[in-house]
Write a protein that binds this ligand. Structure first.
Ligand code: S3P
Length: 430
């Protein structure tokens, strides 16, 4: 599908982002591991989370949709999973593959998990290695570096492990495996990544200690307790409207029910430092996670250097921050973000290629980008690179470009935010 977006005269209204993708994956996986029934509301409507649900059903978990976005999960505990009859398919979702690898590592049966072309090119040695150290038998294509993965789990032992990169997917895979291991497991990261797994496990009664970049889990003889929860809106989806509102000259947007977990709000910190007019209201705790409503209006942004330990807190928002950099006064430099090269696509190369087509003055670094701001964008013909976040980033850039932008393969937004183009249409026509 191709999506056409015209530069718009005003951006106004209220928008509620879809349920958080990271929390949705964890809610359905951890409640499957729990023993008993849980009710999870505002589950992400994106294809990634649906892939996780489908895989868990194939592993013998009963998951029903009571009403739109409301799932009932009948958790089976450690011993209730069954060998899947076919290859599991994680689609485009790295979180599905890596977190389920952690779960399957403790199951005595054989499973094979694959994904789409993008996922089959993403690094898996990083998850194979620690799970093997724990005692799992796990293999991958390409000398144990790529999916499909074949996993024959066994009785695991706890480990002390330092992650080579800050990654919540790896940390979570190891913690899920550690639930049924013998002895404690400690995971240390170079910088703190999102902590949804830790929060949810704690709420389910797991014994877990953490101090930001180090977490220790002590396994228990009983499985975690089921947890009913309402999933907050995804800050990574809200981010499209935060940036759109800040860079558009005639904008006022209110975003309701956005998750504001401090391990995810790097985008808010950076926007405030760039001079954005943001308001954070109605701060509350929902399902153990902080949530708020956020208002944003047209702002005069200034360029900024973004690097170091804030990067994991805004890793998915970097292509969007590059769009803000195009409009900001001065130069914006993003570094220490080499991980972007192994996301759904090489997001450094793809962002530079596509924003350049719209007239951005942007250069590629090995681990980031440099953007010289203050240059007006013009409409053009762009390609999503089959990456949901890149498609939406280009949609936001198109709102401030002169003329019309055509985005090819724009249907890929369904991976995390199926209603994105409808929400964009609504905000531009009020
Ligand atoms: C995620 C972690 C991040 C992020 C991804 C979701 C998660 O990936 O980019 O969109 O839910 O744990 P990494 O763990 O690979 O950094």
């Amino acid at each position: 599908m191709e999506q056409r977006v015209k530069g718009c005269s005003a951006l106004r209204g209220e928008v509620t982002p879809p349920g958080d993708k990271s929390i949705s994956h964890r809610a359905v996986i951890l409640n499957s591991v729990a023993q008993g029934r849980a009710k999870v509301g505002n589950f992400s409507p994106g294809e990634d989370c649906l892939a996780t649900v489908t895989c868990l059903r194939e592993l013998g978990v009963e998951i029903t949709e009571e009403s739109r976005g409301m799932l009932i999960i009948s958790g089976v505990g450690e011993k209730g999973f069954r060998e899947p009859k076919d290859v599991l398919n994680a689609g485009n979702s790295g979180t599905t593959m890596r977190l389920l690898a952690g779960l399957l590592a403790s199951q005595s049966f054989l499973s094979i998990i694959t994904g789409d072309e993008s996922l089959r090119s993403r690094p898996m040695a990083r998850v194979i290695h620690p799970l093997r150290l724990m005692g799992a038998q796990i293999w991958g294509r390409g000398g144990d570096s790529l999916a499909p993965l074949a996993i024959k789990g066994s009785r695991l032992q706890g480990i002390e492990y330092r992650l080579p990169v800050a990654s919540a997917q790896l940390k979570s895979a190891i913690l899920i495996a550690a639930l049924f291991a013998q002895g404690d497991t400690t995971v240390e990261e170079p910088a703190p990544s999102r902590d949804h797994t830790e929060r949810m496990l704690r709420a389910m009664g797991a014994e877990l200690q953490s101090d930001g970049s180090k977490v220790t889990l002590a396994p228990k003889s009983t499985p975690p307790s089921p947890l009913d929860l309402d999933i907050p809106g995804d800050i990574s989806s809200a981010a499209f409207w935060l940036i759109a509102g800040a860079i558009h000259p005639n904008a006022k947007i209110r975003i309701t029910n956005a998750g504001v977990n401090p391990t995810r709000t790097g985008i808010i910190e950076v926007l405030l430092e760039m001079g954005a007019k943001l308001g954070i209201e109605n701060e509350r705790i929902v399902g153990g996670e902080p949530v708020a409503d956020i208002t944003v209006e047209s702002s005069h942004l200034v360029g900024k250097q973004i690097e170091g330990s804030i990067i994991p807190k805004l890793i998915d928002e970097i292509p969007l921050i590059a769009v803000a950099g195009c409009v900001a006064r001065g130069t914006t430099i993003i570094r220490d973000a080499a991980e972007l090269r192994v996301k759904e696509t090489d997001r450094i190369a793809a962002t530079v290629m596509e924003l350049s087509k719209l007239g951005a003055d942007i250069e590629e670094l090995p681990d980031g980008v440099v953007i010289h701001g203050g240059k007006a964008l013009q409409g053009g013909e762009c390609f999503s690179h089959h990456d949901h976040r890149l498609a939406m980033t280009l949609g936001v850039a198109a709102l401030i470009a002169r003329g019309e932008t055509v985005i090819h393969d724009a249907e890929v937004v369904a991976v995390s935010y199926p209603a994105f183009w409808q929400d964009l249409e609504r905000l531009t026509s009020q």
